[in-house]
Design a protein around this ligand. Structure first.
Ligand SMILES: NC(=O)c1ccc[n+]([C@@H]2O[C@H](COP(=O)([O-])OP(=O)(O)OC[C@H]3O[C@@H](n4cnc5c(N)ncnc54)[C@H](OP(=O)(O)O)[C@@H]3O)[C@@H](O)[C@H]2O)c1
Length: 284
């Protein structure tokens, strides 16, 4: 335990130093970021024994989770999906918390204090993208005067479920015929709030929405120096059609390398932290 804490201390603060709020101010528009932990082949998730995908236990570790939260702590709003909210509803505290971890008493309460000291709400507002509208909004999502905005299809936005969400205090925004268009999400967030840093916190399908709309600015990657061996149908990768390193228009910057980290399956791993920056962001 002590060793793990020391490892976390080793990396503490390195993503706060990126000053994403300052970067957004410099570029004069919202900055859109995402981050993943993956193996050498970009694998981010693996089927568990119950058949559900989860972050591979060979990868999950406290140092990466700390840096995930340092990025999230700089966001005015997070984008999540129906899949995450279903996991949150069924697993509660066992799923990785992105809903109220910055609240007093939460696992990252000190980052919550940091947010308040830097003029941000205690926890970021929440965007959910969904076609099915088959999820419940956790009550914690509305705490501390936060906004919840759901982007869905044109039909979905006129449904009974949408009415229920609106009654509970969420906004429901029509954002596409078959699925959500990332450009509609970004335009809405740019026009309707003082959102400077927007962080996508969920899986590869929502990442693809942002890439299709060409609105992603920075993709932070923690790459664990190991190969997860599994049938391709039992794993998910960051991108479905290419490797992250082949993402056109992005340039890679290495940030930090860390050895001797304990993963959640008990194995010792090494990992590299780095960021793929859109070419027009690299100059700032
Ligand atoms: N290693 C990592 O860093 C990392 C990070 C995040 C997640 N993960 C893992 O990745 C796996 C997949 O995550 P996930 O299922 O939460 O994320 P996802 O694949 O991005 O999908 C999230 C939700 O987005 C909605 N969605 C997808 N495409 C859409 C579209 N075109 N329009 C509107 N809504 C759309 C779907 O909801 P509807 O069905 O309602 O349409 C879906 O449930 C999980 O096992 C998760 O643990 C790993």
């Amino acid at each position: 335990m002590k060793e793990m804490e020391q490892k976390v201390k080793e990396i503490e603060g390195i993503y706060l130093e990126f000053d994403l709020q300052g970067l957004a101010k410099k570029i004069g528009r919202p900055l859109v970021i995402a981050n993943y932990i993956c193996d050498k082949n970009d694998v981010i998730a693996k089927k568990s024994e119950n058949g559900e995908f989860q972050v591979a236990p060979e990868l999950k570790n406290a140092s990466d989770w700390r840096l995930f939260q340092e990025l999230t702590a700089q966001a005015d709003v997070i984008i999540t999906g129906a899949g995450y909210l279903k996991r949150y509803a069924s697993l509660g505290e066992k799923t990785q918390n992105v809903i109220d971890q910055f609240s007093e008493g939460g696992q990252f309460a000190s980052l919550g204090q940091w947010r308040v000291g830097n003029g941000l709400k205690r926890n970021p507002d929440i965007v959910v993208v969904s076609r099915s509208l088959d999820f419940e909004i956790p009550s914690a999502a509305f705490a501390d005067d936060r906004k919840v905005i759901i982007f869905t299809t044109f039909d979905g936005s006129a449904s009974e479920k949408a009415k229920e969400y609106r009654k509970s205090g969420a906004a429901v925004v029509p954002a596409g015929k078959e699925g959500v268009d990332g450009r509609v999400v970004l335009n809405y967030l740019t026009d309707n709030g003082k959102y400077k840093v927007i962080k996508m916190t969920t899986g590869p399908r929502v990442l693809q929405i942002l890439l299709n709309a060409d609105v992603l600015d920075e993709l932070f990657i923690t790459r664990v120096d190991k190969e997860i061996k599994a049938d391709p149908s039992d794993v998910q990768t960051v991108l479905h059609d290419r490797k992250v390193k082949d993402l056109p228009g992005f340039r890679y910057e290495q940030v930090f390398h860390q050895d001797g980290v304990t993963a959640s399956n008990g194995e010792t791993i090494s990992q590299g932290f780095g960021v793929y920056k859109k070419d027009n962001i690299s100059n700032f």
